[in-house]
Design a protein around this ligand. Sequence first.
Ligand code: ADP
Ligand code: ZN
Length: 424
Amino acid sequence: MERDEMRKLQAVRLGRTVEYAYHNTPFYRRKMQEAGLEPGDVRSLDEIVNLPFTVKQDLRDNYPFGLMAVPMSEIVRLHASSGTTGKPIVVGYTRKDLRTWSEVVARSLYAAGVTRNDTVQVSYGYGLFTGGLGLHGGVEMIGGTVIPMSSGNTQKQIQLMHDFGAAALACTPSYALYLGETIRESGIPRTEFALKTGMFGAEPWTENMRREIEESLGIKAYDIYGLTEIIGPGVGSECACQHGTHLWEDHFYPEILDPATLQPVAPGVTGELVFTTLTKEGMPMIRYRTRDLTALHYDKCPCGRTSVRMDRILGRSDDMLIIRGVNVFPSQVESVLLDMPEFEPHYLIVVDRINNTDTFQIQVEVRPEYYSDEMNKIISLRKKISARIHSVTGIQPDIKIVEPRSLERSQGKAKHVIDNRKLV
Ligand code: ADP
Ligand code: ZN
């Protein structure tokens, strides 16, 4: 769809969504009334800026079902995300919402070259987490064959991937790395696997991580993005160009705002991603602040799709560490680490406060080929990585080299940071 046509469609759907939310959700009605808005006041996309935001705390305050826009008899599925603290976030889907979800995931799979002839191993967790069942519905919709593995039981994952001839794998990028490592150790030649494509998301990952996964599994690795509040995985996904994540903006209208002023920024400028759902029935979201930091690009993609493309998520603004006053994203550390062949792609950042000073430790594993008993070799490795991280982040880390395989391998969303300062 050309841009002006898309904008027309979005404007119509936005108007409907606002009216729908006003009449069916007391929470939105109250917020709009407080802002002096009538349901008919938002008719164009430019007027969206007049609408109040929705934030995670609103979902917590209305726990569990306060934001549903339909009677519970219309809700056919619940999902929840644990979040980090406090009550979980609960979302509800109508039958139509589940169809929409499967449709956007099917689009995502298709963009990555997956078709009805492919067997897809879904190794995201099944359950309240949206990853497993989200991908599952999409594979069924395109008519592929789904292996509903869920996460965990890594040996069996490898075995079935091999025996069932899985052509595509869907899981977190960190689990993909772990699976690659396990295949290598299993001694089964990679040529015996039919795997050619991966759909990875649910956590931030870097270009270097992509290269590492592609090499380790011998596949093409594509980004798939989403969040529970909006629908789950499949809010957007990458095409064969690997040139930004296409957002399925006929269902989810994106804005990028300056996180400080909350004013829109120009295309291509990084800021906070905000979504308004355009077709959701069960639990519409109006201007939901994701806290994810990225930029949008509206020029056409070589693949021919006209939908807007999103840069890799830099991280959530909540993931940003402030260490000795300097802003540090775990993705910066990851990027440096994965550029150095001497180290495994696993790491843990430990931050603490000792004698009123922040400490910044990074635990890393040296690859066996580079491991040495000689103290000076290890010291020079530490110096090398420390200098690179210093130049990227602006502060000097303390590098701790740990035993091979001692950092925990993740089967879901990886935990890369322990911040002990928050406990005090
Ligand atoms: P939780 O909030 O408990 O982690 P979700 O599964 O809803 O639950 O997490 C959604 C978040 O995960 C997004 O807001 C984003 O921060 C992150 N995320 C999801 N997909 C990607 C991706 N492809 N790249 C980077 N981050 C992602
Ligand atoms: Zn494209």
